[in-house]
Design a protein around this ligand. Sequence first.
Ligand code: AMP
Length: 213
Amino acid sequence: MDIILLGPPGAGKGTQAKRLESARGMTQLSTGDMLRAARKADSPIGAQVRDVMDRGELVSDAIVSALIGEHLEDAANGAIFDGYPRTQHQAEALEMLLAERGRTLSHVIELVVDEDALVRRIVGRFTCGECGQMYHEDFHPPKKEGVCDKCGSTEFKRRPDDNEETVRKRMEEYRAKTAPILPFYEERGLVRQVDGMGSVEDVAASIDAILDS
Ligand code: AMP
């Protein structure tokens, strides 16, 4: 089963994708993660996308669709597309990439959220520099301040694009370029809405109900 999680930055796509990976053996395909890995590795693509990402703008369709094409085979048990597609062009590219492999989308799950609450959610988030455990200053701080609950590391990191100005720009990009692809999937009867403002568990239960329906 291949699904898309659609929603603005901070809607909880990554959290839900990771949960689905461990619960169902599916594979998260996050273009944001792939691009951050390219930056970390100092690859030519990393250098090409650095400034665009730091401004909160979208990188080119060709780059992200090529990345998805390279990683689709990793998701033999089902892909969770997280942060892709983000434009009409990408939606069309994904349809081709899947069709070429005899695959089709089962669901497009739209996480519906309140934008101002999201800004708070994003600006407060950070992860363990060692094991990647996710935290939030207000909603989910480590039990002991400055120490990772999971691995005991004292190194934490924040995404450089998780500041208010860039987040607002990322929201704008979502509204202008990504939300308009919903009708493409609505026409195909694939879109299901989930209230993304509930607890992680409630959102997970709503997604499970859709996948099991
Ligand atoms: P994300 O982790 O999904 O919030 O992505 C972080 C940043 O990576 C975005 O603000 C964009 O600059 C870039 N990015 C990630 N996925 C895409 C995509 N599908 N299309 C264009 N840019 C993307």
